[in-house]
Design a protein around this ligand. Sequence first.
Ligand SMILES: NC(=O)c1ccc[n+]([C@@H]2O[C@H](COP(=O)([O-])OP(=O)(O)OC[C@H]3O[C@@H](n4cnc5c(N)ncnc54)[C@H](OP(=O)(O)O)[C@@H]3O)[C@@H](O)[C@H]2O)c1
Length: 274
Amino acid sequence: MRTIVITGGTDGMGGALARHFLTVGDQVAVIGRSRAKFDALLSAVGDPSAADRAEFVAADLSLVADSRRVVAHLTDRYEQIDALVLAASFIRNRRHITTEGHEASWALFFLSKFILVIGFAAALRASGRSVIVNTSVPGAKADSIDFDDPDLTQGFTFGKSNAQQRRANELLGILATRDNPDLSYVTWGPARLVRSSFAGDVGIGMKLAATVLAPLLGQQPADAVRPLIDLIDNPAPGRAAYRGPKPVPLVVGPHDKQDAIRLDDLVRTNARGA
Ligand SMILES: NC(=O)c1ccc[n+]([C@@H]2O[C@H](COP(=O)([O-])OP(=O)(O)OC[C@H]3O[C@@H](n4cnc5c(N)ncnc54)[C@H](OP(=O)(O)O)[C@@H]3O)[C@@H](O)[C@H]2O)c1
């Protein structure tokens, strides 16, 4: 039985993956904020044994302290983690500061992922055939990170914040695979719009996409995650990037290794949260 940890596993694509892996008999830890959604998901699986193989960990992953608490709790519980799926999402197109003082999208879409990836390193290594699927759309430009102002106190735009976290998540793969060459680290985005919950505090354009376009044109989460199930079932060591089922090139910048180390230093010295 594999152990699979899924952030954002209560809804959308993370929820579809949690349902799938519970249905096929894996042990699944679901991280999210809503226990009610988790209970509904468990009922939808319809297999009484799923409750014994499923765990809900309530956490607000936009808080560094909560992300660290999740790592402490799950590493205490599981010596081995076979797959880590990073799919928590709360879209904000305005700058918002967390109670710890971080820009909320940077905190949720990158700091928490960094803390989980690094914090679970030993448990992932113990698997020998582990995979991290990071649902961060690949392809952001190499110079997208503002190393001097990652909380974007100056000149925040949704585009800048989005590109910055996506680039940081690609570089996180360098850190994750550096000490664990057997690890598969995949940055992945769906091939097209997905009919998910689009959790967030968004403007009219995105609201329209969520309420009008997604139901008309969007894929069902269960269909969108099929390529992810393959990537998790057949992990290939090293870094890779995909849109839907299709591999896409990793963006190669002039200083990727140095930028990854810079990011590592930045988070270790600047991530506030008890
Ligand atoms: N949908 C698309 O078309 C699309 C396109 C490109 C990329 N993506 C990416 O795919 C991934 C999944 O997106 P989705 O659209 O399937 O998501 P979604 O349906 O909006 O679900 C978001 C999930 O994140 C959890 N979450 C939100 N804020 C959280 C927080 N502060 N702490 C912990 N958990 C939190 C929610 O759980 P609770 O409600 O329990 O907190 C929920 O399980 C994301 O990385 C997204 O960027 C999606």
